[in-house]
Design a protein around this ligand. Structure first.
Ligand SMILES: Cc1cc2nc3c(=O)[nH]c(=O)nc-3n(C[C@H](O)[C@H](O)[C@H](O)COP(=O)(O)OP(=O)(O)OC[C@H]3O[C@@H](n4cnc5c(N)ncnc54)[C@H](O)[C@@H]3O)c2cc1C
Length: 449
């Protein structure tokens, strides 16, 4: 396997708070050679939703195989911030309209709305208790002059997409329990909700196992080839052949599995800390009592929310921001200092509140700044869905079902919104991707000053 980061980014230890909230599920190792109809690589939201939708479309669940390099939910799906929200591309609305036109941009917003409903339906259909909360999400202006941009965004969301957002002035923020010296106004979009990502992904994994899909853990695909018109995927102790192959590996993809991926993805590290449970007095001291999921208007944005406490525990603050360009221990130490100092600036009353959890994960970007869901060019019956640009709780769930519909031929890949069907372009000199990233981070830092 060829990957962009140091091996630490791909080792089994995650260390997230979420791991303490749900017992892990263990899929057996693939031993021996098997045949199937569909092989799915990756046991996260994309792969699991694809399997569930294939089965509900009539395909025999026993003819679907999921191969996971670690265990279900080990990737981004079990360690993310749990914002089930709009998103999936890095283009602004204006950029999207310029590139794809108003109608396509509107269709893409509809797809984002649908994706939130896909998650809501999954939770209900598979009886997944995932600690949901938050009425939509709130964007916070970190500079007074950005309040005008929030006002413009409110108007744009209403006029183009019929979404009614709510503006909160600085003086009203304390009444809403979102008080911080760092913020000067807020825009709340009513779409989306927060969840425990691990409980969600393990709920999907249980649903997949319950219906009889064949699932294998600690079984990385190490080789992919086409033999007698079928895909043959090899793992350390076995192999599977099938007509259809689905790549659902997102930021944890290997450059050569399949070779088409080489140089097309930009995995990016992002970090999260979580506090110990906060007392009612600490919440009041900071003036932050809302369980609304929030992010700020910085280019290198922070995302955070109070998460529900377990049993009688108080809530914890979960706080995320971008990582560095290396997954080394040294780089992680530097990033921990940075995330902790940003946390203390935003929540000064919590300077002495410990943050016992710190973890990292890979999100996935493309040069196009859009995700991709569809056939893999020049590979027959091979499909991929990836690169949700850090917003995949909802979008990966939805796109997994779209891949299943494409395989079942109930939708034509050309009919999904244009913003989701541009194959990722090659990065020029792909070995320099982390250098490009470093330059982008510096540029963002300068813009965010
Ligand atoms: C720290 C963090 C915070 C985030 N916060 C949010 C958020 O709040 N809201 C939001 O919407 N999105 C968020 N995201 C993004 C979101 O988690 C992802 O977009 C989404 O989980 C992608 O799901 P997936 O199934 O495509 O990929 P993943 O969940 O990453 O699953 C891919 C799986 O493929 C497996 N794999 C890789 N190679 C192989 C191989 N060769 N053989 C077998 N298996 C293989 C991996 O082990 C992995 O488990 C965050 C991501 C991170 C990392």
């Amino acid at each position: 396997m060829q990957r962009l980061y140091e091996p630490q980014a791909y080792t089994s230890h995650v260390g997230s708070y979420w791991e303490t909230t749900a017992p892990p599920q263990t899929w057996p190792i693939l031993n021996g050679n098997k045949r199937a109809k569909v092989i799915i690589i990756g046991g996260g939201y994309t792969g699991l939703n694809c399997a569930l939708k294939l089965a509900s479309s009539g395909l025999d669940p026993a003819s679907i195989v999921i191969l996971e390099a670690q265990q279900p939910g080990w990737g981004a799906s079990g360690r993310n911030g749990g914002f089930c929200c709009l998103g999936g591309s890095k283009l602004t609305t204006d950029q999207a309209i310029k590139r794809f036109g108003e109608t396509e941009t509107y269709d893409y917003v509809q797809a984002q709305k649908t994706s939130i409903e896909t998650v809501r339906n999954n939770l209900s259909q598979y009886n997944i208790e995932a600690d949901t909360h938050s009425q939509g999400e709130t964007q916070l202006a970190y500079k007074p002059e950005q309040v005008a941009a929030l006002e413009a965004e409110k108007l744009q969301l209403k006029s183009l997409f019929d979404v009614d957002c709510h503006l909160t002035s600085k003086s009203e923020m304390s009444a809403e329990g979102i008080q911080s010296p760092d913020f000067h106004g807020a825009l709340t979009n009513p779409l989306g909700f927060a969840l425990n990502p691990m409980k969600y992904v393990l709920g999907l994994s249980k649903a997949v196992s319950d219906i009889g899909v064949q699932t294998f853990g600690n079984s990385p695909a190490v080789k992919m080839e086409q033999v007698n018109g079928e895909h043959l995927v090899t793992t350390p102790y076995g192999s599977i052949s099938a007509k259809h192959l689905v790549i659902a590996t997102n930021g944890y993809s290997s450059e050569d599995l399949p070779n088409w991926l080489s140089g097309r993805l930009m995995p990016v590290l992002t970090n999260i800390i979580a506090t110990r449970p906060l007392t009612p007095q600490e919440l009041t001291d900071q003036g932050w009592t809302s369980h609304q999921m929030c992010y700020d208007t910085r280019h290198s944005l922070h995302y955070f929310r109070l998460i529900l406490g377990i049993n009688d525990e108080g809530p914890r603050m979960l706080f995320g921001m971008r990582g560095g360009i290396s997954a080394s221990d040294e780089s992680n130490k530097i990033r921990l200092r940075k995330i902790r100092s940003d946390f203390e600036r935003i929540f000064p009353a919590w300077q002495n509140v410990e943050t016992p959890y710190f973890w990292s994960g890979l999100v996935c970007l493309t040069r196009n700044l859009t995700s991709y869901t569809g056939p893999i060019p020049e590979m027959e019956n091979a499909w991929a869905s990836l690169a949700y640009h850090g917003n995949g709780v909802a979008m990966a769930s939805h796109c997994g079902t779209l891949l299943a519909d494409m395989i079942a031929e109930t939708i034509n890949p050309k009919t999904i919104p244009a913003q989701m069907r541009q194959p990722p372009k090659h990065f020029p000199f792909p070995s320099l991707r982390r250098t490009y990233l470093q330059a982008a981070f510096k540029w963002y830092e300068w813009l965010d000053k």
